[in-house]
Design a binder for this molecule. Sequence first.
Ligand code: EPU
Length: 416
Amino acid sequence: MKLVRVKGGKLLEGDVYIQGSKNSALGVIVASLLSKSRVIIQNVPKIQDVFDILEIIKLLNVQVEFINNILIVDSSKIVYSTLKNPLIKKMRASSYFMGLLLSLFLKCEIENPGGCDFGSRPIDMHLDFFESVGVVVRYLDEGYYLKADKLKATRYRFKNKSVGASINALLLSSSIEDEMILENISIEPEVLQVIEALVLMGVDIHLEKDTCYIKGRVNKHGFMISLISDRIEAGTYALMAAAIGKEIRIHNVEIDHLRYLLDLFDKINVKYKWEKKKLTVYRSKELKGIEIETSPYPGFPTDLQQPLTVLLCISKENSVIKEQIYKDRTSHIYELNKMGANIKIKDNCFYIEGNKRLSSCNLKANDLRGGASLIFASLLADGESKVLGLQYVERGYSYLIENLLSLGADIDVEEI
Ligand code: EPU
């Protein structure tokens, strides 16, 4: 267990450099195995989720080399394997192995994919899609047994938007040669990057708004791709800067992927400027409140709901966040209330009283974004806080502690 000690109350100033996107990396790494060739992926973040997915692909006899931020994946000798491994339970993206193995071998035996714990995270839409193309699905002893004699092309409409189900559908469709039509797919930049990878492998894909037309191909080829920068990492630093940034310059940012955040900043009175790939954010002493809801891209992302909750505690007005994606993504709220916040949860709405001063506390992180928000809250609070559970944060943020130190934070880590 790793404990983070933070002495809060200091203003931060300086530069941070955003890494490649975690969720793009996870999708693209799995997709790359469809090529059964050598693939070069640039701008890959050094985070635990990436290390874990690399361990899983090694179980399929895939060779990997990860030097600096360049990952070389060679799947020319890929073999089928059942995936019963604790790492599958640890991460959500392990569900992509269903689409992958079905695509390559028409079968998949895998443990129930896990992920951050914020309530129920079903995969019914993934399974419903698989069945629509001829896969027989069985669930037994906490594992899935998926098998198909033959895959058939279909026109399929997702009942709701799902990043994971869209990626799984893309992976599987990429091996079906007749035209597939996928309606209401997610259009998150990370999903579009998986599409980019499939196109680079030779798959014929055409996207019109959220309808995707795919003509798959059995023999795909190797390719080289550079990952987009992580919009959630950038957004987390930007939200911190809005509270405690004397001036924080965030580099390697894809501004187009952060429009929802800049809209929010305009509404709550945060000053920022951007040029090319640099976003500079300044703390606001007169933050306004807001009523906002999380929604699929291009809406405000659930992955920034937790740091936004922290920021809104110190605004001059009350706010309401309606969490529409994961209504139980609330573990940070109980911890923030221990620090002196006053946030009430009713159904999936969080009523946040503004004008609060947070005080230091012993805190416990339960998930990735929640953990990052508690570190943020500790930087904001008076006195020394301790945040237990840095390992969750390390799943998705590389160099968070180093970056905060370089911005002038009083922070260190202790192994306990
Ligand atoms: N859903 C279903 N059935 C399904 C699939 C999803 O009901 O079969 C529901 C979910 O319960 C949720 C909503 O649909 O209410 C959207 O879930 P989605 O499938 O889009 O999420 P995901 O693919 O499991 C990815 C990211 C998450 C991010 C969500 C939403 C990865 C590896 N994970 O998860 O990222 O919160 O999309 O944008 O890409 C994070 O990075 O911290 C993280 C949790």
